[in-house]
Design a protein around this ligand. Sequence first.
Ligand code: ADP
Ligand code: MG
Length: 261
Amino acid sequence: MSESSIVAIANQKGGVGKTTTAINLGAALAISGHKTILIDLDPQGNASTGLGIEADQRKRTVYDLLAGPETLQDCAQPTSIKNLLIVPATSDLSSADVELAQAENRTRLLRQKLSQAEAGTIILIDCPPALGLLTLNAMVASDAVLVPLQAEFYALEGLSQLLTTVKHVRQTGNPNLRINGILLTMSDNRNNLSQQVEADARATLGDLVFPTVIPRNVRVSEAPSHSKPVILYDPSSKGSAAYEQFAKEFAQRLKLVPENA
Ligand code: ADP
Ligand code: MG
């Protein structure tokens, strides 16, 4: 693999599984040998916390990357997982929207910095729950967008707004941006509604929807308080198995060659 692959994990709705997906996909790719950098682009810093990077360990953050002279290499710090680096976030990122609004090139700040990535690196961007300047920066910087969609009633309605934003980004600066897939999350197979939403999503969006569906699983929600992805916290859980399987499908779509094969 020559170039880096940059994927924004985006959905303007909160609580749909963006951060959980970023952490577990990042960990699974890293464990299978891919050099991976997770960019925590949410001022809440949940991806940083979930990987055990405490507030006092966040010396160089994504805010510095966006607004300062720091390089990607300056800001990416190790996690407890080999091959997985993170650019952490702190709450000072919440003022970035306003502070950067006047900057020339304000939607291309992240793209400029991520172009410094070493060849072969996979970069996953955990976006905040909004389609503002931060998510725009992520989409302008990315090759593809991965959309976690919670299997619930209004899920598909929010999607059209997201797709409009992707179209806008294609027209205004990143013509190659593609949707690399939609991941159904927090599905409850005892619940008819989850199954209905899955059927609707597959009927409307076809192959864009990943074959694997992530089930609602309590081990997934417990893992962050143990500072671990669920695939390490409880590898025998259903949530872990689903994220492992999804990571393989994702790697296939990105045409990644397994590093340790
Ligand atoms: P987002 O980043 O889109 O806001 P999160 O990944 O933080 O969403 O998930 C929202 C909440 O749901 C978190 O508390 C998380 O632990 C929980 N959660 C996410 N995925 C699952 C799942 N498959 N099963 C159970 N809980 C989940
Ligand atoms: Mg999040």
